[in-house]
Design a protein around this ligand. Structure first.
Ligand code: ADE
Length: 241
């Protein structure tokens, strides 16, 4: 069976609308991936559909209640026999990287928890969440955008999602470094010419040039990424040129 992602949220339309387009929309239509969203309010206990309450200890904002989330998760788990890996999206999580995306893409079943307000009662997180993931050091008003980011990044890696499987291999970060520049027609343009080497047909030289561009841009733009990369002797030579 295809991998399955369940998203628990107060805004299911948000997740669903992002699945109608593009590479991941097509992957879902082709049945390479199934994505199901769940309205947390359906699991509220009162007529007001309450899912949050004031924090103990005072302070601003509201905290999401344990029980609606717990009951929702129970239904989600029951909806498929495969064990679920539960991810909570929050700025307190481990940073999302392409390596983490690859790891999550191999899981047969992911459940994404989207928080709103000040967050979720810590006891629910302790009991039910396998890992907490952040998409960057900034604060969103809720986890939905972060969940959509994760669904996109994981969805495009499913077998058959990309027209050319090679394109995933060449992406930025898949090699540990940034992608090289790309050019298409026309070869000559008011804004500049395509580097002659790319039209030369010399594939060995082209591959070398691209690697050199990738390394050079990573050095200039993301020295932090380059520092964590273990470069081959050839790479060091290319960077030095
Ligand atoms: N929810 C709010 N901000 C977030 C972030 N930066 N990453 C993941 N989830 C979030």
């Amino acid at each position: 069976a295809a991998p399955r992602i369940d998203v628990i949220t107060l805004f299911p339309e948000f997740i669903e609308s992002s699945l109608e387009v593009g590479v991941v929309g097509r992957a879902v239509k082709r049945g390479l991936l199934s994505v199901q969203s769940w309205q947390l309010r359906d699991f509220a206990h009162d007529n007001y559909k309450t899912i949050d309450h004031r924090p103990y200890g005072g302070g601003p904002g509201m905290v999401m209640l344990i029980d609606p989330l717990r009951e929702c998760l129970q239904m989600v788990r029951q909806a498929d026999p495969r064990p679920a890996h539960v991810v909570y999206l929050s700025p307190q999580g481990q940073p999302l990287t392409q390596a983490k995306v690859r790891e999550l893409a191999h899981r047969p079943r992911l459940v994404l928890l989207c928080g709103r307000y000040e967050g979720i009662d810590e006891r629910l997180l302790q009991a039910e969440v396998d890992e907490e993931v952040s998409i960057g050091d900034y604060v969103l008003s809720g986890g939905e955008l972060a969940a959509a980011v994760l669904v996109d990044a994981v969805g495009r890696l499913q077998d058959g999602a990309l027209n050319d499987p090679q394109s995933a291999v060449q992406d930025s970060f898949e090699n540990g470094v940034l992608d090289c520049p790309h050019y298409t027609r026309p070869e000559r343009h008011e804004l500049g010419d395509v580097p002659a080497l790319l039209a030369s047909g010399d594939h060995r030289k082209i591959a070398r040039w691209r690697r050199q561009q990738s390394l050079g841009r990573t050095w200039l733009r993301r020295p932090d990424v380059l520092a964590r990369c273990d470069l081959s002797a050839d790479d060091r030579q290319l960077l030095a040129e």
